[in-house]
Design a binder for this molecule. Structure first.
Ligand SMILES: [Zn+2]
Ligand SMILES: [Zn+2]
Length: 423
């Protein structure tokens, strides 16, 4: 990926925002493992580092350690058993283990990266990622969702200065993880529609160039759906680059909008509600994929309605807070003060309805095409397959919009006069 050229093309953007990133380089290709030491050296990455992995990612990255040592790196290792959740305890452990070293190298994806991202931020160390699976779009992120007790909070964290991935390793990663990465990307259909709709109704910041980055990454990926499950280097590399690109897009825009709309909020709702019961939920990208499937159907149905009967918002905050329950009420109150629907009147909705329909029809794929893409990528099509029951599914559709200060079409559903029925 020619990151320098991309940053150059975004200079002096008409949107008025400076599109910058702390990521200096992204390397994705065959033989990156053997080249890792030389790559980090050429990027002036510090030579004394803490390598953080778990047993799975350490195995997947075979050859990395000798390559680093051959290039003169002093490497201390922290290998976890099987990293499925990013806990604050592990962040603090990694931060303390990095004492006396200059950098942290995260070997893996998802939670491993999140732990290291925050540890590098806290301990003020240089940070790089060697990715082992194209499973989610957080690689280039500057924030880390970390679990404390039964709750998950997003913390400001460090962007990696270098991101590396060996396509052989990516291709050989579990099919479920590659499918999850594809699911995370397919969610961008909804995210991009929500972003434009919010821009239209509230004047929220929007940059067409950044939106186009995400859209292009997504479109490039769609023809590869049937190869996601294969051990195919080109496909795995493309999924990885698309995920990195949307992460970069968020950083460029200083907003999560280029990568995340109502589908991510639903996925987060499922996650926190399960966490409240002390249960782990399925992979992020699988949840995002399913939420996308539900929303795409609803949004397309909305687009088919030519005349709406909009009404003022009528919220029962007590009911909403009781759905979220203990430990989440403060966050929900904060996310709704002020309400994202402030200033959105029934008249405004009527006035812009035709434009909203056009955005939906232009942005969203036909439902049968979405089903086909997800099926061929090996993604689940029913919530039961990700251990979400119908009650939790329906609660997410109705109540998830209140957990973020982010306007989505889903949040406007009752104001537009629509019913929630989704069967
Ligand atoms: Zn711009
Ligand atoms: Zn995501």
């Amino acid at each position: 990926m020619d990151l320098k050229a991309m940053v150059k093309s975004l200079e002096n953007c008409d949107c008025g925002r400076a599109h910058e990133t702390d990521v200096r380089a992204v390397y994705c290709g065959p033989n990156i493992t053997a080249e890792a030491g030389r790559i980090l050296k050429s990027e002036n990455f510090p030579t004394s580092l803490l390598l953080v992995a778990d047993q799975n990612t350490l195995r997947a990255s075979r050859g990395l350690l000798p390559a680093l040592r051959a290039s003169g790196f002093l490497v201390k290792q922290q290998v976890f058993e099987d990293m499925r959740t990013a806990d604050m305890e592990d962040v603090d452990l990694v931060a303390s283990l990095s004492a006396g070293l200059d950098a942290i190298l995260s070997v893996g994806s998802g939670s491993l990266n999140d732990i290291c991202r925050l540890a590098a931020f806290k301990a003020d160390k240089a940070f790089a990622i060697y990715a082992t699976a194209p499973s989610m779009d957080g690689f280039a992120s500057d924030s880390a969702p970390i679990t404390t007790g039964n709750f998950k909070f997003s913390h400001p964290a460090k962007q990696p200065s270098v991101i590396m991935a060996d396509t052989k390793v990516l291709a050989a990663s579990p099919a479920e993880l590659k499918a999850a990465g594809f699911g995370d990307m397919i969610g961008k259909f909804i995210g991009l529609a929500d972003w434009r709709i919010s821009n239209l109704l509230t004047g929220e910041y929007y940059c067409p160039k950044i939106a186009a980055l995400t859209e292009e990454a997504l479109r490039r990926l769609l023809p590869l759906a049937h190869k996601v499950q294969d051990n195919d280097e080109k496909t795995a590399g493309e999924i990885f680059e698309a995920l990195v690109l949307t992460g970069l897009a968020m950083g460029f825009a200083k907003s999560v909008r280029p990568a995340s709309g109502a589908e991510h909020v639903i996925s987060h709702f499922w996650e926190v509600k399960k966490l409240q019961e002390g249960k782990l939920s399925d992979f992020h990208g699988k949840k995002v994929g399913l939420a996308t499937l539900l929303l795409n159907k609803m949004y397309l149905q909305a687009a088919g309605v030519s005349q709406i009967k909009p009404q003022p918002e009528n919220l029962d905050m007590d009911e909403i807070l009781s759905v979220y329950g203990e430990g989440l009420t403060d966050d929900v109150i904060k996310a709704n003060t002020p309400s994202v629907t402030q200033g959105i009147t029934p008249e405004l909705l009527s006035e812009h309805w035709e434009d909203i329909r056009n955005i939906l029809l232009k942005t969203l794929p036909p439902q049968d095409e979405l089903v086909r893409l997800m099926q061929s990528a090996g993604l689940p099509l029913r919530v039961e397959e990700i251990a979400v029951d119908r009650d939790l599914r329906d609660k997410a559709i109705r109540y998830s919009p209140f957990m973020r200060q982010r306007l989505t079409l889903l949040r406007l559903w009752p104001m537009l006069g629509f019913e929630y029925g989704i069967d």
